[in-house]
Design a protein around this ligand. Sequence first.
Ligand code: AHG
Ligand code: MN
Ligand code: MN
Length: 334
Amino acid sequence: MSRKNQTLGEFIIENQSEFQYSSGELSRLINSIRLAAKVVNHEVNKAGLVDIVGAAGETNIQGEDQQKLDVMANNTFISTLTNRNIVCGIASEENDDFITIEGQGEDHKNKYVVLMDPLDGSSNIDVNVSVGTIFSIYRRVTPPGSPVTLEDFLQPGRNQVAAGYIIYGTSTMLVYTTGHGVNGFTLNPAIGTFYLSHPNMQFPDMGNIYSVNEGNYNHFPNGVKKYIKYCQEEAENRPYTSRYIGSLVSDIHRNMIKGGIYIYPKSSKAMNGKLRLLYECNPMAFIAEQAGGKASDGFTPILDLKPTELHERVPFFCGSRLMVEKAESFMSNS
Ligand code: AHG
Ligand code: MN
Ligand code: MN
């Protein structure tokens, strides 16, 4: 049951019973993400006013420069989740290895692990363009009470029990799924409350937006080159509109509302593309499927891939169902 203007807090409580293992633990976990999102939103909104934009002077395991807000968002989510003792492990884009949460007594019974991209599109911060947070939640596969292992994090996306994103845009929204559709909540910043503004979000089956970094065109596989030409020269209602923000969260959010496809393919420069399977593609793929869209690596559904490494990358095709299927047909015929 969902009602417009319901608060996120009310929605979480009222829908708790939909969850097959409803112990309240998942609800408390989503509540903590809601809290951390408000803190990060407050900091992101001040970017430009105080000395928090720009590089932090460190690189992460993937060789990317960490922005100060990457570090702040990472610390905020980790401390919010850790202090509440509701997860047993966290993996983040900004940490080389996963974090084991040591609990005391009953706390050892925590069943969930969280994987996250604390600040997505962070190179956009300095120019005041939308950024996001992406999260993915699994039940651990090793027994509660023991320290988490890599196996708890390397689960196929199909096993996700919840996933979502926060978009810090012209307004701030939290969009998530627990496997019963996708709902979006908009923050009223004056009172710090998220309200249900986008119930039961759906990707239109078809759209006319394609989102890809065409600067890399010459390095793309033939199937992607042909699909881009199809969008420009052959498709019904051609030419499609090209829209690429360079923040995965914002590009997918727009395409879910308007209809479109997002592609980050492999290229001769990056053999597996750029996006990370565990905390970028899997959560977005879960959202996409729950909203009637599709997500694949060009051939195989993202949610069926078996991860082998925490920070592995994968080509990503995500969006309106018929558009992804069309792009896949160009991939398999080239
Ligand atoms: P992050 O800021 O978490 O490293 O992610 C950036 C990602 C994603 O948000 C975006 O779609 C993509 O990088 C853009 O990459 P290009 O600049 O190569 O197009
Ligand atoms: Mn990212
Ligand atoms: Mn990031």
